[in-house]
Design a protein. Sequence first.
Length: 329
Amino acid sequence: MKALRFDGELRVMRDAPMPRRANETLVQVISAGICNTDLEIVKGYAGFHGTLGHEFVGRVAESPEASLVGRRVVGEINAGCGDCSRCRAMDARHCPDRTVLGIKGRDGAFAEYLSLPARNLIEIPAELSDEAAVFVEPLAAALQILDQVSIDSSTNVAVIGDGKLAQLVVRAIAHTGCRMLVVGKHSSKLDLATRAGARSLLVDSEHEKPSAKGSLNSWESEPFDVVIEASGSATGLPLAISIVRPRGTIVLKSTHHRLTEIQMSAIVVNEITIVGSRCGRLRPAIGLLATGDIDVTELITARLTLEDGIAAFDRAADASAMKVILNVA
C-alpha cells in the first residue's frame, strides 16, 4: 500500500506493508489532516519513525466486530493495553503501555490503511462530511480544556496562537460566552478568530511586542484568569506567564521539539496553576460538527493527494496555512 512515512526523511512509499494487528480493525483511510504535531515530529519531536498522521476519517474494511464493516468511522488515537486500571476505567489516554496513532509505536493515518482496536472507533453520522470529520480529533483536543478548567461568561481568557489548534480552541470556548483575546502573528488568521467571537491582538513576529491592531490598553491592564497556550512555539509559555493573573491558570496545548526556558519564580510568587492538556473525548466533537454548531470550512487551506504528501507538508508548514487535508481514498 501507499504511505507517507518518516524515517529521518519524509517520503512516500508505494510498497509499505499493510498495518494488520491481531484482533484489531483494519480501516481504509478516506482523508487525513496534517497538524502541528506532525510537523514537529519531522523536526525530531517524540522520536517517532513510521507512518505519520492521527486526524482521520475512514471506512472499516475488516474487523473482529462484523457490525463495523463498511461503516464510516473516526478513532481515538490512544490504544491502551486493555488491562491496567486506566484502561479498565475506559480511558487509555494515560495507559503506561499505550501506543498512539502516528505518534508513538503505531503507524498512522497517512496511508491507504490503518489499524486500531474496535473499541477505539466511533461511527459518524451521514450528515457529517468527510472533511469535517477530519477535524473530530483536534476539536476534541480543544474541547478537553472545558473538562479541565472552569470557563464561563465571567472568565477573562487569552489564547496565545492563531494557528490550526488555536482556531479550534477559540471555537470550542466561544460557546461559554467568556471574554476572549487571541494573540497571534498573522492578520488573516486573527481575522478568522475575530469572526468566531474573539478579540484579537497582532504581535510583531520579530520583537514579540503588541502592535497597533487590537486593544493595547486591554493587553496592559487586564490580567487574564485563564491563558491557553496553543502557539506551537517555545515563546508561548513565557508570554502566558507574563499575562496571567496571580492564582490564574495556564493551559498548555502546544507540543514542540525545542526546550522552553521560563522564569520559574513568577509561577511560585504568583501561585500560577499550569495544566497540561492533550486528547479529548470524540463524541462531543462529533455532535458539534454534525449539527454545524462549529463550522470548520474556512479553516481548510488545501486538499492534496497522498502521492503529493511531501508537497502537502511543505504547504502545511507555511506560516499562512491552516489545515491541509490529504485525500487518500
